[in-house]
Design a protein around this ligand. Sequence first.
Ligand code: ZN
Length: 200
Amino acid sequence: MRLITRQILANTVADSWATQYSDKAMPDKDAILIKLCKLGENPDPDTVDKLIGNDSWTRTSCSECGVGGVDVVDCEYEDEDIMLCGNCLRCALSIIGEGKKALPINDYLREVLCAYLPYHQAAAVMELLHDMSKATYQPKYPDLYLEFMNANKCSFSENHPQETNKPYYFTLFTVVSQHVMGDCVEECLDKAIEIAQAKQ
Ligand SMILES: [Zn+2]
């Protein structure tokens, strides 16, 4: 495993560029190489992108959630690069270590969501919340779900990833519970059932 950051990639661009375009004489590529070399050993990644005309040489992205521009760990597997961001690594740790216990990682992701995030990043974190919950949530009243759903009209809706008042994957509405939120169907049903029981 090794760390990959935009800076680490930027530091190797001149060498990689020289290797990639070493075969034929290509004056435009050579001109870029000269400029890249002038940036020194620790060039600013944005400057490298501008020089080349795109960000493909300094781009990092997570293989699991797709978030880009973040530091990732490269876990090579049979010549394939599997890049994982911090959020996904924390999720992996939680799945492996915490097993079926409570979901501290989901609360952490919720904090991340409540800060402003660009749409595609927020959507990726929302999907993680959902995946994590499906993998680790321990249903409380599974025997009551069918009965509850037969007795109450249940409307599930997915929350907007950038709605910071609703940093959960789902909202469930029933007349008896009103709106309850959760990261998986079972979590929503458990909350709704508890409210219904308290009203009896
Ligand atoms: Zn990720």
